[in-house]
Design a protein around this ligand. Sequence first.
Ligand SMILES: *Cc1c(COP(=O)(O)O)cnc(C)c1O
Length: 427
Amino acid sequence: MIPLPPNAPDWQREGYPHLWLPYTQMQTAPAPLAVVGTEGCRIRLADGRELIDGICSWWSACHGYNHPHIVEAVAEQARTMPHVMFAGLTHEPALRLSRRLATLAPEGLERVFLADSGSVAVEVAMKMAVQYWRNRGDSRKTRFVSFRGAYHGDTMGCMSLSDVENGMHSAFLNYMPMQFVTDIPSDEYAFAEFDSLLGDISRQVAAVVIEPLVQCAGGFTFHSADVLAELYRITKKHNLLFIADEIATGFGRTGYLFACNEAGITPDILCLGKALTGGAMTLAATLATADVFNAFLSDDAEKALMHGPTYMANALACAAANASLDLFEREPRLSQIAAIETQLESDLEPCRTAPAVRDVRVKGAIGIVEIHPERFDRIALRQSFVERGVWLRPYANCIYIMPAYTISADELSTITRAVCDVASQIA
Ligand SMILES: *Cc1c(COP(=O)(O)O)cnc(C)c1O
């Protein structure tokens, strides 16, 4: 393993030999940076340096770190009731949150299942879809249609939906259920093919699953609202369920509160996570329409939804989420996102001409600089950004910027300047 820097704090020196890091080749990867505090868009390191954060902890800390309103809500909740089991018992933070999510989400999504992480929310969506058909008397519909370049999480069902052959989960190919993974259609011909594919397989399929408008961690590719609307139309024509995974795109990231809003669609099932608590606690939600929910109503106990995480609807997390929604109500988040979009567009434009750059694209508070794969070295890139006082974590040939919505124009300039500098210097 690569040794820690000589000035590493004792807690890192003592603990690191016992740690197994995510998605990290521990023999060759540089040691992670030791963090001692966060504030707004800043990360404070143990060695005294400070980084401006361009990705807000996998785009979850959308109001900036340590927002006082969220911190206060969590502290207050911790004093009354940090957690109570959610089977046979219920509490105000969860019910208030469920009502608010049902009000904000695309019209018709009226039931909320609160899970503890994004991956679990997607697993729950898949189980809802399979059991929906089974409860209606069709137990053959157990497979899913998903799209190349998708990322839906790390657990078994989620992995099977993601791009398993090229993606980060290819080691588990023989271990996973097989789904129908296809390309997102981009022209009339491809839509006709998609339509005929669904026609051929619809008897086995429970649902079509998509990250609407932006495929994030699978490679940061965009499709238009028209494409999304057409995919929805064809899915419904074949009488399949449509699952929108908005764990990345939800809460304003693409410029609308939810990406589905831009296409004017209501999915049958919607997954939310990441920015749901403003980055303070882990929490996710799976929302369903009355049609989906009603298929579980019966005098047969086995038709109930068969899922229930120990920490579901954790009260601290629900308090954080309610506080985050307060901020969306009180503060001009959508116009801040529009301003970030404008600035990303103009600031990143000069990158386009750099020889190593393959594409520059911006949507909402997402800025992508795609590098030619053979010139992409994510560890070297990450290092160059840290040297410039910026925290970015290039991935899948892309330097992606997904900052807190509260980032100042100056802080964002520091990030985009670093990106343009670094991109133009790639050999
Ligand atoms: C991050 C992400 C997930 C998984 O969420 P976790 O909380 O990491 O389990 C699922 N879907 C999408 C689109 C994501 O971006």
